[in-house]
Design a protein around this ligand. Structure first.
Ligand code: R5P
Length: 324
């Protein structure tokens, strides 16, 4: 909160300069009179439309290419195709892959310039969250860097399963709330009739506990040791999984190494069915190969992939209704 004012003041200064430039003209929009409008970045259109539907809010389409095919060098382009003047705008954009971060900033700036009265950034997957402190002198605290730039144009931030110590959000320069995606995953696991929920490590324990409550089954955790970005080891621990159907719940599946090790361990201990569930499915490198160790893999729509089977639109909608 303490950084918010200087950053906001700086942004207003920039906007003032732009408006005194003769070449700068505001696009004349129609004012529809709706209470809230949703805008989705190119990688979050489906979730944004789902959220608009949950909230019975208007959806503002965006053009992401000025010319068919976009810019040859991959630079992003945005143009709002509807009015947001005087509106409370819900801007939904995930931060993966990296160019989507630039698109998020472009959209926030365009929405603010177009006269929105309030912008709530919904950043379903908050990339760069892993670097939540300065481990070595001279490093950027990347999570804070991203939050600082969101604060330039947005009034508040909602995100989900931030891949960091959740306390990091207290250091962000704008009001930030971490929304849980576990109700969506818990509902799916309940429907899949699992007998237990397992966290692959202590970090995921709070997620497994919440999902297990919704699924109405017990939870436990494995013991994981990370060797490097690509290698993990699962420690010895006996679990009550013999003959059971088990859901492994994690915040992120990246290379799938963690889930593969956990699934193999559960099978070695006699589990008859293993379902891997994550909030954020990055699925990089050999993830698909690694995930063959599971009977089913599900991810939410914070990042769209072929494994996206549940939507967190209801969870974000509830958090937005509670904003006041
Ligand atoms: C870190 O501990 C996270 O909670 C995940 O377990 C991790 O990011 C998964 O990465 P991977 O799929 O590459 O093992």
């Amino acid at each position: 909160m303490s950084f918010a004012q200087p950053i906001r003041t700086l942004a207003v200064g920039y906007r003032g300069r732009e408006k005194s430039d003769d070449s700068y003209t505001l696009t004349p929009y129609d004012v529809s009179g709706r209470q809230m409008k949703v805008v989705g970045g190119s990688t979050s259109v489906l979730l944004a439309k789902g959220l608009a539907s949950e909230l019975s809010a208007g959806y503002v389409e965006v053009a992401f290419e000025r010319h068919p095919g976009g810019f040859p060098d991959g630079e992003r382009y945005v143009r709002l195709l509807g009015s947001v003047t005087g509106e409370h705008v819900i801007l939904v954009q995930t931060t993966y892959p990296d160019p989507m971060i630039v698109e998020l900033f472009l959209l926030a700036d365009a929405i603010r310039d177009a006269g929105a009265r309030r912008i709530t950034a919904v950043v379903p997957y908050f990339g760069y969250g892993r670097q939540d402190k300065r481990f070595l002198e001279g490093e950027a605290i990347s999570a804070k860097t991203i939050a600082k730039h969101i604060a330039v144009d947005c009034d508040e931030l909602l995100t989900m399963a931030i891949p960091a110590n959740p306390e990091i959000v207290r250091t962000f320069p704008l009001p930030t709330k971490e929304v849980s995606g576990m109700p969506a995953i818990g509902r799916y696991l309940k429907g899949a009739k699992i007998d237990a929920v397992l966290a692959p490590d202590q970090g995921a324990l709070r997620l497994a506990k919440e999902a297990s409550t919704i699924a109405g089954v017990p939870f436990d955790s494995l013991v994981k040791k990370r060797i490097d970005s690509y290698t993990v080891e699962i420690g010895a621990k006996t679990l009550a999984v013999k003959g059971k159907s088990v859901g492994i719940v994690d915040d992120v599946i990246s290379t799938g190494g963690t889930i593969a090790m956990a699934a193999k361990e559960l099978r070695a201990q006699g589990a008859k069915r293993v379902i891997a569930a994550c909030v954020h499915g990055l699925f990089v490198d050999k993830a698909e190969e690694n995930l063959k160790a599971c009977d089913d893999v599900i991810a939410t729509d914070t990042i769209q992939s072929k494994f996206t089977k549940v939507s967190v639109a209801p969870e974000f909608a509830a958090a937005i209704r509670a904003l006041g």
